[in-house]
Design a protein around this ligand. Structure first.
Ligand code: ZN
Length: 141
């Protein structure tokens, strides 16, 4: 695993949280993206080597909406960059971690992603993410 690629923060409303984080970080949100398959709207900030990803559920069935209902707004996951997501998934499975998806799936920001079950990681939801190869961009996994 490489650097922390981004930290995901669950928010109720991007409309209020984007200006809040722009003020906090003194930088502009450089991108918003709807991840329809996950029912999530995302907004990204670049802060040095790391990004902040704000996540807003698009409806009450969204994982993010359910998370906020249970735990309130706050840090939702930590994402690590990996060079080879399939190899890293295999390594973690062999080491006894539980993967929430058995194949890499398409996340926001042209990434292939996989999540680890937080029950084996001290309650922290961990995301692996790998830059999508250029020829796979726009493809649904
Ligand atoms: Zn993420």
């Amino acid at each position: 695993m490489n650097k922390v690629e981004h930290i995901g923060i669950a928010v109720k409303e991007l409309a209020t949280s984007v200006p809040l984080f722009e003020k906090l970080l003194d930088t502009r949100c450089y991108k918003t993206e709807l991840v329809d398959s996950e029912m999530v709207n995302t907004a990204f900030f670049q802060q040095g080597e790391t990004k902040i990803e704000l996540l807003e559920g698009t409806n009450s069935e969204s994982i993010i909406a359910k998370y906020i209902e249970k735990k309130g707004e706050g840090i939702h996951h930590i994402a690590f960059a990996v060079n080879d997501i399939e190899a890293e998934m295999k390594r973690l499975l062999a080491a006894g971690f539980v993967l929430l998806n058995d194949r890499p799936k398409t996340g926001a920001d042209n990434k292939l992603v996989c999540f680890l079950h937080p029950k084996n990681t001290n309650g922290v939801l961990i995301e692996l993410c790998m830059e999508k190869p250029a020829d796979k961009r726009g493809e649904i996994q």
